[in-house]
Design a protein around this ligand. Structure first.
Ligand code: UDX
Length: 433
């Protein structure tokens, strides 16, 4: 099938590449000329495992091309995905200026039937707005459908190629048929393409992400309470999670959720509720608790060293908001660094992928170590913010020897508490005594 993808951010790029991988002829459109030029030369502009291989293969096969011309994109694709940014407005709602701006142009440019697919995470009712914006100028038939993505950073290629489910909001049989044909190769295992109305599809995305954020936040509160009453959250987690109604996943406590989706989506759903006269109290608490949780290690560090951290050298492992990504948006590490610096500490950090992004944001406010052990050498303590696999089983005796004193604050519960004690560490984590 002939497909176009407007916007080559994270979602657009993964969508375009994976659709090309299944034999479609894909044109990706972006207004950023430099980025388009680089992609034409085969450079993947984001870090995402396995994307580079698929990217190169499909460019070489001529199934994946790039242009800055929206007209060209609309001429090419019978199905046109909108994967445009929906940044958070000052009041927490999703800003639709990019989506509606392109929708305006689409109406002027299409000359033949097109299915316009909202792939961006957009508030309930956006598909109606997009339809209206296109209809103002359109001289031919078109349909607008909602098709939210459920891609996890670090696993996006796998999530796209082997989805648990695909949600399509469509009230047009013609568009539904095309979408089902497009997605057929992805659901051969029997996983469903769930067809519903556009508004329900739009809300499904917000509801799923807000539920997962709530699940994590609930567990973070249980962890905080465990510390007060001397319970072990790891045991509670396993005890709870084996109930199939609860499930084992997304129950891991830590220093809060971050990234480009959960924080933005929870806030946007809360704001949408407000706009419609509904007070999502549970989401308000999730937002507040998560914000506090990001710096949950700070009181522990202060209790150990005292409030004044002047002259203290703190090593930090992990800057990305989670492993397998270089994304630092809403990363807990940034909030921890801010507090550590404000208290007078010096910070030296290591992350396998995210150091460049942090360097760009913080300049030389902190130092960066070329390897993980460099962020330990001569430090008063080690603080762990992201659970990268390389941190899971370090050379403990080397860590102990390199640190000035064997002190570890772990925001991701990577190690066994008793083992750390027997190795001679002062070890503090989340919700485990
Ligand atoms: C999420 C959704 O999973 C995905 O379906 C959606 O489309 C986009 O948002 P992503 O933000 O890439 O994906 O990361 P995810 O792996 O879901 O983790 C989100 C955050 O929750 C991370 O900060 C992670 O550290 C945190 N988390 C996750 C926990 O703190 N505990 C857990 O048990 C799971």
């Amino acid at each position: 099938m002939k497909i176009s993808v407007i916007g080559t951010g994270y979602v657009g790029l993964v969508t375009g590449t994976c659709l090309a991988e299944t034999g479609n002829d894909v044109v990706c459109v972006d207004i950023d000329e430099l980025k388009v030029k680089r992609m034409q030369e085969g450079e993947v502009p984001i870090y995402e495992p396995h994307l580079d291989v698929l990217f190169e293969r499909n460019i070489n096969a001529g199934r994946l091309t790039f242009t800055t011309s929206l007209a060209e994109g609309l001429e090419h694709g019978e199905i046109v995905f909108l994967a445009l940014p929906t940044p958070e407005d000052e009041d927490g709602s999703a800003d639709l200026k990019y989506v509606l701006g392109v929708a305006d142009e689409i109406g002027k440019l299409i000359t033949d039937y097109r299915v316009i697919v909202d792939k961006s995470t957009v508030p309930v009712g956006t598909s109606d707005k997009v339809r209206e914006a296109i209809a103002k100028n359109a001289k031919c038939d078109f349909d607008v459908v909602s098709n939210p993505e459920f891609l996890r950073e670090g696993f996006a290629v796998d999530d796209f190629l082997k989805p648990e489910r695909i949600v399509v909001g469509s009230s047009s049989p013609r568009a539904t048929e095309l979408m089902e044909k497009l997605y057929k190769p992805f659901v051969r295992s029997g996983n469903p393409v769930i067809i519903m109305d556009e508004r329900s599809a739009e809300l499904t995305k917000y509801a799923a992400n807000s539920f997962l954020a709530t699940k994590i936040t609930f567990m973070n509160e249980i962890a905080n309470f465990c510390e007060l009453v001397g319970a072990d959250v790891d045991k509670v987690r396993i005890g709870m999670g084996t109930d199939s109604r609860i499930g084992k996943r997304f129950l891991f406590p830590g220093i809060g959720y971050g990234g480009s989706c959960f924080p933005k989506d929870v806030k946007a759903l809360h704001k949408s509720g407000k706009d419609s006269g509904y007070d999502f109290q549970i989401l308000e608490s999730v937002i507040d608790v998560n914000q506090k949780q990001k710096t949950a290690l700070i009181p522990k560090i202060r209790k150990y060293f005292g409030d004044d951290l002047k002259g203290k050298k703190i090593g930090l492992w992990g800057l990305a908001f989670k492993p397998e990504t270089d994304d630092i948006r809403e990363a807990p590490a940034l909030y921890i660094i801010e507090e550590l610096l404000a208290a007078g500490a010096e910070v030296t950090a290591f992350d396998p992928e995210a150091m460049e992004n942090v360097k760009r944001k913080l300049g030389d406010a902190i130092a960066f170590a070329p390897g993980m052990y460099g962020a330990v050498e001569d430090m008063d303590a080690l603080v762990i913010c992201t659970e990268w696999s390389v941190f899971r089983n370090p050379n403990f005796s080397m860590v102990k020897d390199l640190l000035k004193a064997p002190v570890v604050f772990d925001g991701r519960n990577l190690y066994d508490v008793e083992e750390m004690k027997s190795r001679g560490f002062h070890y503090e984590s989340i919700g485990r005594g």
